[in-house]
Write a protein that binds this ligand. Structure first.
Ligand code: ADP
Ligand code: MG
Length: 364
C-alpha cells in the first residue's frame, strides 16, 4: 500500500455523524472544578484520545459520559439525545479500566458472558457471542482460564472482549495499557486500534501518555485543568500546537530564551520564524523540537545561523540518536540526529536550526 492511500482509508472509517457530544459540561468535587466548559464531539467510528496530565479531569470526563457521575452543568448527547438523566445501564457503553477488573471467581469466558447474562441473553447465544468476542482479541483458546492464569496483557484483552460483547454504541477506555510493560503496551495498543477500526466502534481512549495518544487516535483532545486546550489530528497537534502548554506536553521540546521582534524570534543572535507571526514583541521562551535541530562541526557555520556548544551526552536509541549540548551562551538543548553521527562527549559543536516555525510563550 502506498503512503498516499492510507489517509483516505482512515477517513472512510470515520463518518461525519456525531455520536457523542459533551456540551458545556462542568463537574465539581466540593470546591474543586474537575471539569469546566468541557466541549467535545466524537464522530461515528472515530477514536478520540483524551490526553492530559494526571489530575486534569480525563477520568471524570469519561465517568460523566458513562453516567457514573452526574454533571453539574451542561449536557451529554448521544446520537443527538440528551442522556444526562439516564443511568449507566441505559447508556449502552462498553468500558475498560486500567486496573484489571475481571471477576476472579469467573473464567475468562464467564467474565465475557457477564454483561449478556445481565441482559438475559439465552445461554447458547451467550456462549457463542463470548467465544466470538474472545476470538476477536485472540484468546479463543483461553475460555476456561481464570484471571490468575492470565498475564496482565491477556487480562486486559479479556476485559476488552467483555466490553465489546454487548455491542455497545461507544467504547470507553481509561488508561487500559498503563499497568502493562512497554512491549505488551505497544502490542495491545495496536491490537485495540485494529479491532476498533474493524468494528468501526466510536471510542474514547483516555491516556496520560502522549506517544500512545498520537499513535492510536484519529483525533487527540488535550486536557488541562478540567478543560480542553486543543483538539486535532495527531499531526496537527504536533506541528501546529495552539499553545505553549501543548508544544511542551505533546512531543519533546527544547526551551530557549529569546526575544520576539516583528514576527520573528531571536535566540542568541539566531533569527527563527514564528508559528504565530502576530505574537507581541518582547522576551519569550522559544520551543524547538530536537528533530528541528542539527549538529555541525565547530567553525563551519556563519555567525547568526547556529549556536556554539559542547557535547554533554549522546544516547543511542536504535533508529536515531539524541545528543545533549551545553550551549556556550547558557542552557542545554537536545538534538535528534542520524545514528551514524556519533558526537564525542566534550567535543565542540554547532547547533543549527532547521528552519521550522517555532511556538513561543511570553517570558515571565
Ligand atoms: P485524571 O483522570 O486526568 O488524572 P481525574 O478526572 O481523576 O483526573 O481527577 C480530576 C480532579 O478531580 C483531580 O484533582 C482529582 O483529585 C479530583 N477528583 C476526582 N475524583 C474525585 C472524587 N470522587 N472526589 C473528589 N475529588 C475528585
Ligand atoms: Mg484518570
Amino acid at each position: 500500500m502506498s503512503h498516499t492511500e492510507t489517509p483516505a482509508l482512515q477517513q472512510k472509517a470515520v463518518q461525519q455523524k456525531t455520536v457523542v457530544e459533551f456540551s458545556g459540561v462542568a463537574k465539581r468535587y466540593g470546591s474543586h472544578l474537575a471539569l469546566t466548559e468541557f466541549d467535545l464531539t466524537l464522530q461515528a467510528g472515530e477514536l478520540v484520545a483524551l490526553l492530559g496530565p494526571s489530575g486534569s479531569g480525563k477520568t471524570t470526563a469519561l465517568r460523566v459520559l458513562a453516567g457514573l457521575e452526574s454533571c453539574d452543568d451542561g449536557r451529554i448527547l448521544i446520537n443527538g439525545d440528551d442522556v444526562s438523566g439516564l443511568p449507566t445501564s441505559r447508556r449502552d457503553m462498553g468500558m475498560v479500566f486500567q486496573s484489571y477488573s475481571l471477576f476472579p471467581h469467573l473464567s475468562a469466558g464467564e467474565n465475557v458472558e457477564f454483561g449478556l447474562r445481565m441482559r438475559r441473553v439465552p445461554s447458547i447465544e451467550r456462549r457463542e457471542r463470548a467465544a466470538a468476542a474472545l476470538a476477536l482479541v485472540g484468546l479463543d483458546a483461553h475460555y476456561g482460564r481464570f484471571a490468575h492464569e492470565l498475564s496482565g496483557g491477556q487480562q486486559q484483552r479479556v476485559a476488552l472482549a467483555r466490553a465489546l460483547v454487548t455491542r455497545p454504541r461507544v467504547l470507553l477506555l481509561d488508561e487500559p495499557l498503563s499497568a502493562l510493560d512497554a512491549k505488551v503496551r505497544v502490542q495491545l495498543r495496536d491490537q485495540i486500534r485494529r479491532i476498533q477500526t474493524e468494528l468501526g466502534i466510536t471510542t474514547l481512549f483516555v491516556t496520560h501518555d502522549q506517544d500512545e495518544a498520537l499513535a492510536v487516535a484519529d483525533r487527540v483532545a488535550v486536557m488541562r485543568d478540567g478543560r480542553i486546550e486543543q483538539v486535532g489530528t495527531p499531526e496537527e497537534l504536533y506541528t501546529r500546537p495552539a499553545t505553549p502548554f501543548i508544544a511542551d506536553f505533546v512531543g519533546l521540546s527544547n526551551r530557549l530564551p529569546g526575544v520576539v521582534r516583528h514576527g520573528f524570534a531571536e535566540v542568541h543572535g539566531v533569527v527563527l520564524p514564528l508559528l504565530d507571526p502576530s505574537h507581541a514583541d518582547g522576551p519569550v521562551r522559544v520551543f524547538v523540537r530536537p528533530e528541528d535541530l542539527t549538529l555541525a562541526t565547530a567553525g563551519t557555520s556563519p555567525a547568526g545561523t547556529s549556536l556554539a556548544g559542547t557535547v554533554l551526552l549522546s544516547s543511542f536509541l536504535g533508529s536515531l540518536r539524541r545528543t545533549s549540548v551545553q550551549l556556550d551562551q547558557g542552557g542545554t538543548v537536545v538534538v535528534q540526529h542520524d545514528v551514524r553521527d556519533r558526537p564525542m562527549v566534550g567535543a565542540a559543536v554547532l547547533v543549527r536550526f532547521a528552519g521550522a516555525p517555532v511556538p513561543v510563550e511570553a517570558a515571565i
